[in-house]
Design a protein around this ligand. Structure first.
Ligand code: IVH
Length: 689
């Protein structure tokens, strides 16, 4: 696409998507389905990636983890919001202490507080009323997030009468409790699943930790939505022209008296040893707190000392934060085992002597791939450090070489699949080993069937992964096609393994459900059946494109690599996989069986977009190439009450622009101010009714 065309399209997508967002978030009246919205958004993302300088400041792609951000009003802080110098080392802490003693002597104490892992906020109160809340921003000015902060229950909007100054700023940290995070992230996962994202995209979009979630929430434009995601706040600093006390410690007490939530975990510490004791105590306790902390903040208590010490260019000299390292534990490697995934990808797993870490027992850690084993230079029975970072699965960060036995052998990566003995392959430039035996390797076979019954594929939810594995092991199914030959007589009373050493047998009711689910899946539209087949590289979107382009499995199975690769955004690699799939006699037999059993292996023209009058006699000009043929597109226009015209004139209502459209047409359409639609926009028009 040339730059002019890209600009027009980017502007248009930005405007359309922002309108849809407005309708959704502000009016609460969605004007587009989620899937279609995501389609358009993806298109915009791709264009912006190609032409970054054309992206506009209000682009709907600039959002945090699925939330819409708006540009908040920028507000200058009355008192700059500084950050703190930090350290991970006790030696540096000692040096900090020495510097202070040198400057102000020994007659002082520290206040130690927890360093809450959230977002700094500055809240202004006038005559006891919350008037403004501003994020840290660049320290000089930040975002005005008052409306969102007002949803936080523990932040008073109106203080009870008290001896607070007429005007003051109070600062603190906004955070989300771990439990809230887990609950909301889980429902966010469900929401994404329902929108049809695959596992990889879901992992990318899910919030990584409570801090991340709190930050995404605070930046949402709809405060009603913010209120549904409970945030919390600890306050730890008062700024005012006339201090309310002589020391930080007293100020904290005052803040609590005025009705602010101040954490209970702070302490006066006269000596560095007291400081270190506080640090160590909370390193042990922090896993039991309901929220995350990432260290301890140490502040000189008396204000006159703070004044004497002053500031460096960036930080106060009278405070420092000590940051905890990620928690780790030392344990011994028992053995390395290898998991085989649905696609044949091998993942090495370290099986460990169980060890307690951050409140859970760790028995396994992922080793990711062969390179990681080499990087760690892992040997048999090594003592290893396991660490829990922001991620959920623990990882091995290092080996304690002093504990290695002199005759320990290095871990050798396996050469053959642990499940089927096939020789593993590793493609050039790829870090992962694969088992190539996709037709006979049991976990791959089971995985393929699980994929087939999945929600976004055939959606046979009465059959779970466990039942599928059980049926496979009993020899009742060898492939997804065999599901359609199962009978009640085979299933009732069948004993299946369930979890560790437990058995369960299938009862009449669940057998009925299973068979009804299988029967109902015969109505699943072709594009999802195509996705369910599990052809490598054919995800939902590609399946949709292939289905719409070729119309039937017969046409697709006869297509050449070139024909497939010629479809917009399909490409050679995918085409090769498709051709390979249909060249495999085993797959052909399975597909034939599906056909015999009555599955949808053709596009149902009536089902795809029903005939309507939604286009209301408007004229359309179709130009360029699309994922469906131009004729099919024209037919859709007519089926839905539109008119096809052959050339651009001032009276044209819409131009539907595909790929490779001539620049002349685009120029003319722009001159005449004719709305330009993409294929997706057009489809959205049909669905809009
Ligand atoms: S005092 C001038 N106290 O840590 C001192 N900060 O690295 C201002 N933080 O931006 C900060 N807990 O977001 C202070 N108990 C605490 C804190 C705390 C977390 C954050 C805060 C600040 C950053 C400094």
């Amino acid at each position: 696409m040339n730059e002019l065309a890209a600009k027009i399209r980017i502007d248009e997508l930005t405007r359309t998507l922002n309108q849809h967002n407005y309708a959704y978030y502000v009016l609460s009246k969605p004007t587009i389905s989620d899937i279609d919205f995501d389609f358009l958004l993806k298109e915009l993302e791709q264009l912006e990636a190609q032409f970054p300088h054309l992206a506009s400041a209000d682009s709907p792609t600039r959002k945090v983890g699925g939330d819409i951000t708006k540009s908040f009003t920028q507000v200058k802080h009355r008192y700059p919001m500084l950050s703190l110098g930090n350290t991970y080392s006790e030696v540096e802490l000692r040096e900090f202490d020495e510097r202070i003693r040198k400057a102000i002597g020994n007659d002082f104490e520290y206040v130690c507080e927890l360093k809450f892992d959230g977002l700094a906020i500055s809240i202004t109160y006038e005559n006891g009323v919350l008037v403004r809340a501003v994020t840290r921003g660049d320290g000089v000015q930040g975002d005005d997030v008052t409306a969102n902060v007002k949803t936080i229950q523990t932040i008073p909007q109106q203080l009870a009468p008290g001896n607070y100054p007429a005007s003051f700023d109070i600062r603190g940290e906004i955070f989300m409790h771990r439990k809230t995070f887990e609950r909301l992230n889980e429902s966010y996962r469900k929401e994404l699943e329902a929108k049809g994202y695959d596992e990889e995209e879901i992992k990318e979009r899910l919030y990584k930790n409570p801090r991340n979630f709190a930050s995404g929430t605070l930046k949402m434009q709809d405060s009603a939505e913010v209120a549904k995601r409970p945030l919390d706040c600890f306050l730890y600093f008062i700024y005012t022209d006339n201090p309310v006390a002589d020391s930080h410690y007293e100020s904290l007490k005052k803040a609590a008296e005025w009705g602010f939530q101040v954490s209970d975990h702070y302490q006066l510490c006269p000596t560095l040893d007291d400081v270190l004791a506080f640090i160590h105590a909370y390193d042990r306790q922090r896993e039991h707190l309901s929220y995350e902390i990432d260290g301890v903040v140490i502040k000189v208590n008396q204000y006159h000392h703070q004044q004497d010490l002053g500031f460096t260019a960036k930080n106060p000299r009278w405070a420092i934060s000590y940051k905890y390292k990620a928690q780790d534990a030392l344990t011994q490697l028992q053995k390395v085992t290898y998991q085989v995934g649905r696609t044949g990808a091998i993942t090495p797993v370290a099986n460990l002597v169980p060890v307690q870490l951050a409140g859970t027992t760790v028995k396994r850690a992922s080793l990711y791939n062969a390179d990681e084993i080499v990087r760690l230079d892992l040997h048999e029975n090594d003592w290893v450090y396991v660490e829990k970072g922001g991620e959920i699965i623990p990882k091995i960060t290092g080996v304690d070489l002093s504990k290695r036995s002199p005759n320990a052998l290095p871990i050798r990566y396996i050469a053959v699949c642990p499940e089927c003995n096939a020789t593993l392959i590793r493609k050039e430039g790829d870090v992962i080993h694969y088992c190539p035996n996709d037709q006979n390797c049991p976990p791959q076979r089971i995985g393929q069937i699980e994929h087939f019954i999945g929600r976004k594929a055939m959606n046979i939810d009465s059959l779970g992964g466990e039942t599928v594995a059980g049926l496979f092991k009993k020899g009742l199914i060898n492939s997804y096609a065999d599901l359609y030959s199962l009978t009640a007589a085979q299933l009732i009373g069948l004993e299946l393994e369930s979890g560790e050493d437990k058995k369960r047998s299938l009862q009449q009711k669940s057998v009925e459900n299973i068979l009804a689910g299988i029967e109902a899946s015969k109505q699943v539209p072709f594009e999802r059946v195509l996705f369910a087949l599990g052809i490598r590289m054919v995800g939902e979107t590609v399946a949709k494109k292939l289905a719409r382009h070729f119309g039937s499995i017969d046409a697709l199975s006869k297509a050449t690599k070139e024909e497939i690769a010629g479809i917009y955004e399909i490409g050679e690699k995918i085409a090769e996989q498709v051709v390979q799939f249909f060249a495999d006699p085993q797959q052909v037999t399975r597909v034939a069986l599906l056909k015999e059993k009555g599955l949808q292996l053709e596009v149902d023209a009536n089902n795809q977009v029903t005939r309507t009058q939604v286009l209301g006699g408007k004229s359309f000009l179709v130009s360029g190439t699309f994922t469906i043929s131009r004729d099919a597109l024209k037919e859709l226009i007519e089926q839905n009450g539109g008119r096809n015209v052959g050339s651009i004139s001032k009276s044209l209502d819409y131009l539907i622009a595909g790929d490779k459209m001539g620049p002349e047409k685009l120029k003319k359409a722009t001159e005449f101010n004719i709305p330009i639609l993409s294929e997706t926009d057009f489809m959205a028009m049909l669905i809009a009714e």
